[in-house]
Design a protein around this ligand. Structure first.
Ligand SMILES: NC(=O)c1ccc[n+]([C@@H]2O[C@H](COP(=O)([O-])OP(=O)(O)OC[C@H]3O[C@@H](n4cnc5c(N)ncnc54)[C@H](OP(=O)(O)O)[C@@H]3O)[C@@H](O)[C@H]2O)c1
Length: 224
């Protein structure tokens, strides 16, 4: 893959996916909201001589055509789009009875509508070229019903299904939804602050497994 855009790439799994891809020669565009962490992530890759660019954006609010236009100007047409940015919603996590509509809407904006809008904006060009891969980072919460994970899990379940429908509608493209498993990241710490980090996977190891899945030609919902 020559080019990739990874959302949520300033830390955690997204940063490791960007690093792994860039080390294989992919020109990567990293997207996140916080400028400082994003710049640090991009500079780290560039210090290795890799081709990396950062775009500061909130995927829940950005104009997708504008974001993809910026990315194309930096690296050319996209071979890979990774929907990794995600929000849990308010923490501590709360039951659905305690979840207000605005909080649910925000989770859906970031975890579901952003991948929908970005895929819709990217898929036309990919379909014209007859190739392109769209990777959704999923969760076991897309399958299991865990108390207090309602908004997040509804968004992840819907995003998985979005990937399935896109795959049926655009067979020339490859759609994957990958469950990365539990990882030692800021998101995990925010959700489950008492978890023992030693029992969690390292995002770098998970990213390596996801890159192997990409190489394998895997499609559909898979575990990393
Ligand atoms: N960690 C786990 O155990 C676990 C388990 C299952 C699934 N997952 C999934 O794995 C993916 C990566 O999670 P992670 O644990 O690596 O998360 P993380 O360490 O919290 O990193 C999240 C990244 O996304 C960015 N981000 C968050 N909201 C954004 C927004 N609205 N627009 C643009 N960028 C945004 C963050 O930067 P800014 O805050 O600066 O924007 C950051 O770079 C997510 O899809 C998550 O649901 C994680």
């Amino acid at each position: 893959m020559n080019t990739a855009l990874i959302t949520g790439a300033s830390q955690g799994l997204g940063r490791e996916l960007a690093r792994g891809l860039a080390r294989r020669g992919t020109k990567v565009v990293l997207v996140a909201r916080g400028r400082a962490a994003l710049t640090e992530a991009v500079d780290e890759l560039r210090s290795e001589g890799l081709q990396a660019h950062g775009i500061t954006a909130d995927v829940g609010q950005v104009d997708p055509a504008r974001l993809l236009g910026q990315a194309a100007a930096l690296v050319g047409s996209l071979d890979l789009l990774v929907h990794n940015a995600s929000t849990l919603g308010p923490t501590p996590l709360r039951t659905l009875l305690d979840t207000d509509e605005e909080a649910l809407q925000r989770v859906l904006d970031v975890n579901l509508l952003a991948p929908f809008r970005l895929t819709r904006a990217a898929a036309g060009a990919m379909a014209l070229r007859g190739a392109g891969t769209v990777l959704f980072v999923s969760s076991d919460a897309a399958i299991e019903a865990y108390p207090t994970w309602g908004a997040y899990s509804v968004s992840k379940a819907a995003a998985d299904h979005l990937a399935r429908v896109w795959a049926e509608e655009l067979p020339a493209l490859r759609f994957l939804a990958v469950d990365p498993g539990e990882m030692d990241t800021a998101m995990h710490a925010a959700a489950l602050p008492d978890a023992d980090p030693a029992r969690l996977a390292r995002p770098r190891d998970v990213a390596a497994r996801i890159l192997t899945l990409l190489d394998s030609g895997a499609r559909g919902r898979v575990a990393a």
